[in-house]
Design a protein around this ligand. Structure first.
Ligand code: SF4
Length: 277
């Protein structure tokens, strides 16, 4: 594996990595100490807002390829203290290698976390007991219709929330605090009051933190971000329902970082470069 390109933002740096078979993946360093790595070449979930899954799944990354992302970037940035498996791919579709990588990070004294669409109730249940430092569940919807459209090859909301309601009480208090739900706002897709209220009704009994994400577009995006004013309204609506809501960080809302902006296709790299600079 080798780094073939990198793009520096104000608070993040993105690396394009080429594998032995010439497939390309990406890793993003946030604030100099948190590395987001990819778990697959492409992704089978095919969320319509996401550049990473636009071509479907290529293949799983091996454990060595997961570790190599960390080591290549750590050679330049030795202060990496956190790793999140939240880049290209659905981590729980590659559960054996990602689980082994989580163990590897712990041995290296690096705190590992991951983001998942849920994969399957069985896999989600297993992974929530890993020695992770955080799991973020991508929900992005309040109704089944919108969930099916935005996160197509993933558990339904009924399956997802039933699994979480079953597993969370069995976790330790410290582990419980590390479970969060993610809601990526997209204009006209999932930002209506009806959708937000349906999400609140499902999320509130779990009493978990909500990451409310702004949407970062790339040139291939077909969905558009919610306006800043609407983002603030949704934030206030969730807060008034007594949810604990965290807003997107500046690092994540930079143009070249964050979920859905990572691209694996070579033919997107040139456009991605011009988008980032
Ligand atoms: S958002 Fe995540 S799960 Fe959905 S297609 Fe992209 S990488 Fe896959």
């Amino acid at each position: 594996m080798r780094i073939v390109e990198s793009f520096a933002g104000v608070q993040n740096e993105r690396f394009v990595l080429e594998l032995a078979d010439q497939a390309r993946i990406e890793a993003v360093l946030y604030r100099g100490n948190t590395l987001c790595v990819s778990s697959q070449v492409g992704c089978a979930v095919r969320c319509p807002f996401c550049a990473s899954g636009a071509n479907g799944l290529g293949r799983n990354l091996s454990l060595d390829e997961l570790v190599a992302q960390l080591e290549l970037v750590r050679a330049m940035h030795p202060g990496i203290a956190y790793v999140t498996v939240s880049g290209i791919g659905e981590p729980l579709h590659n559960i054996a290698n990602v689980g082994a990588f989580v163990e590897h990070c712990r041995k290296e004294r690096i705190a590992p976390s991951f983001t998942t669409s849920g994969a399957s109730p069985e896999r989600l249940r297993e992974a929530m007991h890993w020695p992770h430092n955080g799991v973020t569940i991508s929900v992005h919807a309040g109704t089944e219709e919108v969930r099916k459209k935005l996160v197509p090859k993933a558990p339904t909301l009924a399956e997802l929330f039933a699994t979480l309601a079953d597993v969370i009480p069995s976790l330790s208090q410290s582990r419980k605090r590390k479970v969060a739900l993610a809601y990526l706002l997209m204009r006209g897709e999932n930002d209506s009051d009806i959708e937000i209220d349906a999400f609140i009704a499902r999320a509130k009994p779990l009493a978990r933190a909500i990451h409310l994400y702004a949407y970062n577009t790339v040139d291939s995006s077909t969905t558009t971000p919610t306006s800043r004013a609407r983002y603030d309204e949704v934030y206030a609506r969730m807060r008034s329902a007594e949810l604990v809501v965290r807003m997107s960080s500046q690092a994540r809302t930079e143009a070249n970082g964050g979920c859905g902006t990572l691209v694996a296709k070579k033919n997107l790299l040139t456009r991605s470069k011009s988008h980032a600079t």
